[in-house]
Design a protein around this ligand. Structure first.
Ligand code: ACO
Length: 336
């Protein structure tokens, strides 16, 4: 199989600040036991999830993203007017259009920026970071706000036990700029997709193929539909492949990875990716037990948590890996 492309002549582009937001409301496995035929034991054993956050009905994806973005700007000690570009990775936009990124631009009053969304499901935050990198590397922009934000509860069918136990809501954000420190910041990324199995994970209705109608609503077609077992098998292979490849081509061994920040779909998938690299569990950042699968927000919140709470030191390696609907998958390596 062909090797994924690699950035030529990398330039140092680093994270200047990070922030995240999680709704207050907690939905536990015990709560779900009252809603569908499931058990805390089944959910914990098969997924690693104990609880997830759920936004209030009035709160949208952009509302959560704006909170995370404001926190990232404050952490970077920057003003919204300094931001040139805003990218929001989401599959739960506030509405079909305008983009959620433009609503965030309004919410933080970043008048000098241009803004757009990236749709790559759970891999979206990695795709968005790679976009930010290439725009800054080409000198088209200086400072970029990248957000991963999802209100997964808005597309989750709480009568379907196959999916409703998995998902949660949240948002994470970072600000990226050039640095004077060669060899630091984003040092490599791999982006891949395979549309042949695009329909394994989908929200069938509400788009141009099946516009919203009383029958589409009656058939619950505005919720996530998922071929869980197929996705699981694919995810294990894709996550192992991208994790090992990015480490190998940067001459990194397991002991060189300070924090693996994986997409949090299923603890068993994360364990398989880490085992392929020989990485000890103490170097994996887990938040699946608290937040479930927040799609593009999982790696965004994970990265912000590692930066703010684990406080990486110069030279530490942070490795983001994810897979998602599309099917998409990828990885991104940061040298702190
Ligand atoms: N509680 C109790 N039993 C359940 C539940 C539940 N919540 N959900 C499914 N079951 C049952 C099934 O009906 C099945 O019963 P059956 O054998 O009588 O048919 C049994 O449990 C086993 O089902 P499996 O599908 O084999 O269970 P598996 O071990 O594969 O776990 C899971 C299911 C957790 C969904 C797993 O397949 C998985 O993690 N898949 C990947 C999901 C994923 O990563 N999705 C990404 C979405 S992100 C995005 O891009 C939007």
């Amino acid at each position: 199989m062909e090797l994924p492309p690699q950035v030529k002549n990398p330039v140092p582009i680093a994270i200047r600040g990070a922030g995240y937001y999680l709704p207050d409301r907690v939905l536990t496995n015990a709560d779900l036991e009252k809603m569908v035929e499931t058990s805390d034991e089944w959910i914990t054993e098969r997924t690693g999830i104990k609880e997830r956050r759920v936004a209030d009905p009035a709160m949208s994806t952009s509302d959560m993203a704006i909170c995370a973005a404001k926190r990232a700007l404050a952490n970077a000690n920057m003003q919204p007017g300094e931001i040139d570009m805003i990218i929001c990775a989401t599959i739960t936009p506030d509405m079909q259009f305008p983009s959620t990124a433009c609503l965030i631009q309004k919410g933080i009053d970043a008048r000098g920026a241009f803004a757009f969304d990236v749709s790559a499901a759970c891999t979206g935050f990695i795709y968005a970071l790679a976009n930010a990198y290439t725009f800054i590397a080409s000198d088209y922009v200086k400072n970029v706000l990248v957000i991963g934000a999802e209100k997964m509860s808005s597309i989750t069918d709480y009568t379907d036990r196959n999916t409703c136990v998995l998902f949660g809501d949240g948002a994470g954000a970072v600000v990226l700029s050039r640095t004077d420190n060669p060899g630091h910041g984003i040092v490599d990324f791999i982006l891949e997709s395979d549309g042949r199995n695009a329909l394994w994970l989908q929200v069938p209705a509400g788009g141009s193929r099946i516009p919203a109608s009383t029958s589409s609503i009656g058939e619950r077609m505005h919720y996530i539909s998922m071929e869980g077992r197929e996705v699981f098998k694919f995810a294990v292979t894709a996550m192992k492949r991208t994790t090992v490849r990015i480490a190998e081509r940067n001459n990194l061994k397991a002991e060189d990875i300070t924090w693996l920040i994986p997409h949090q779909a299923n603890k068993r998938i994360i364990d398989a990716a880490a085992a392929a690299l020989g990485l000890d569990a103490s170097h994996i950042h887990f938040n699946i037990q608290k937040y479930g699968n927040m799609s593009a927000a999982s790696t965004a919140v994970g990265l912000a948590e590692v930066i703010l709470e684990k406080k990486p030191k110069a030279g530490d390696h942070l490795l983001l890996v994810a897979f998602g609907a599309g099917m998409t998958w990828g990885s991104l390596l940061i040298r702190w």
